[in-house]
Ligand binder design. Structure first.
Ligand SMILES: [Zn+2]
Length: 144
């Protein structure tokens, strides 16, 4: 299994709705973003995915948010612009492009500061419970 990671930075303002504390007030962050892609096969020139291509896909998403007030921009006019929801948004927007290449989005992490971050990892396909190789109960399924 191979992984590649691309980082990106942007600045934006937000206010957390329903939060009781100073984060309900308008404030800004210098966000850092990291996208990790995984896959098993390298291409003919030894790359999992071209960094330039992944960075360009991230840039297209970030440009809409950079130096803006997130609460006014979809989907954050509806869902809170938390670090968790930002990571989910980037992950969901990038997942299909990554899947087109036979690769998988492993994780998206969004840092609001040097010491606080949130990570979104799409659920992996369920393990076959009959194989019994996973941690007991951790990925239990009730499906036959
Ligand atoms: Zn904040």
């Amino acid at each position: 299994m191979f992984e590649i990671a691309v980082g990106y930075e942007f600045a934006a303002g937000h206010a957390l709705r329903g939060y009781k504390g100073k984060c309900e007030n308008v404030h800004g962050h210098n966000y850092k973003l990291q996208v990790i892609v995984e896959g098993e096969q390298l291409n003919s020139i030894g790359l999992l995915m071209d960094f330039v291509e992944l960075r360009a896909a991230i840039r297209r998403l970030v440009e809409r948010l950079d130096h803006r007030f997130l609460n006014e921009l979809a989907p954050f006019d509806q869902i809170n612009p938390s670090a968790e929801n930002l990571a989910f948004y980037f992950g969901e927007e990038l997942a299909s492009k990554i899947a087109e290449q036979g690769l998988r989005l492993q994780a998206v992490t969004v840092w609001e500061s040097d010491t606080t971050s949130a990570t979104y990892r799409p659920l992996k396909p369920r393990l076959d419970p009959r194989r019994g190789s996973g941690p007991s109960g951790a990925t239990a399924t009730t499906e036959p």
